[in-house]
Design a protein around this ligand. Structure first.
Ligand SMILES: [Zn+2]
Ligand SMILES: [Zn+2]
Length: 250
């Protein structure tokens, strides 16, 4: 199984990266986590003869702006799209004219839009658990069981109990790192910084963590990412600095 961080910027695209998207290529299917502009890069990577799933953490534009490239990607099989509980209407209002094409016209017939409350009755070829995480708009983290491995996706969120629960013992945690070291204040912060991410991974007993969603306005160079993440490895050594197109084999 290959996990590729295709878009690792929070907020907007820069020369350092594109907005949020991570691709998981398993033996029998592909899972796309969020749909920032990085999503266009799934096209040459996905095996379109196998089913694909698009899981959205929340509807902030840096996680959804790439939805208007769905017709460029040209999925061949019906796509299942998951949004946080209560967000289906907002999704359908976002992905429609006059902003872009109607979402149903950009994906194959039979594609479905589900919210996280509907997952129990839905048919997925992998285990999927979601919990709300800490962000100013409805946002869910995902815990996925695939081929005997566990992958947790936490973006966007401040440090919270549900994030630790979702990451418990995970083989890989994909975590947001929107803020610079020393800038996260208070218990209701909407984002994390490297040391907070490292604490979370340690507390959860995770095996490794890749950081993504580096705030584009704060992390203006790749050097800034590396320099910020390095000291946090004294807390959790298996901390990876995410960059666009990084592949992690599980
Ligand atoms: Zn974001
Ligand atoms: Zn957000």
């Amino acid at each position: 199984m290959i996990v590729t961080t295709l878009g690792t910027n929070g907020w907007f695209d820069t020369e350092n990266g594109q907005t949020m998207c991570t691709l998981i290529r398993a033996r029998d299917f592909s899972i796309i986590l969020d749909a920032g502009y990085g999503i266009r890069k799934v096209k040459p990577l996905i095996d379109f003869s196998k089913p694909s799933f698009l899981l959205l953490s929340h509807l902030h534009l840096d996680h959804t702006i790439g939805l208007h490239t769905l017709d460029y990607i040209q999925f061949q099989l019906p796509l299942k799209i998951v949004v946080p509980a209560g967000q289906k209407q907002a999704f359908t209002e976002l992905v429609r004219p006059p902003y872009t094409n109607l979402w149903t016209k950009m994906v194959p017939e039979g594609s479905e839009l589900l919210d996280t409350d509907e997952l129990a009755n839905a048919d997925f070829p992998f285990e999927i658990t979601t919990l709300p995480i800490q962000h100013p708009v409805p946002t869910h983290g995902y815990r996925l069981g695939i081929e005997g491995r566990t992958i947790t996706y936490l973006s966007d969120t401040g440090y919270c109990e549900n994030a630790v629960t979702l990451a418990g013992g995970a083989d890989l945690v994909i975590a947001e790192c929107g803020a610079l070291p020393g800038t996260v204040k208070g218990k209701t912060a909407p984002h994390m910084e490297p040391e907070i991410c490292a604490q979370l991974a340690l507390e959860a007993g995770a095996k490794q963590m890749v950081l993504t969603h580096f705030g584009a306005g704060a992390y203006t160079t790749m050097e800034a990412r590396k320099n910020a993440v390095a000291p946090a490895r004294s807390i959790f050594p298996n901390l990876i600095t995410g960059v666009d197109n990084l592949e992690i084999v599980l």
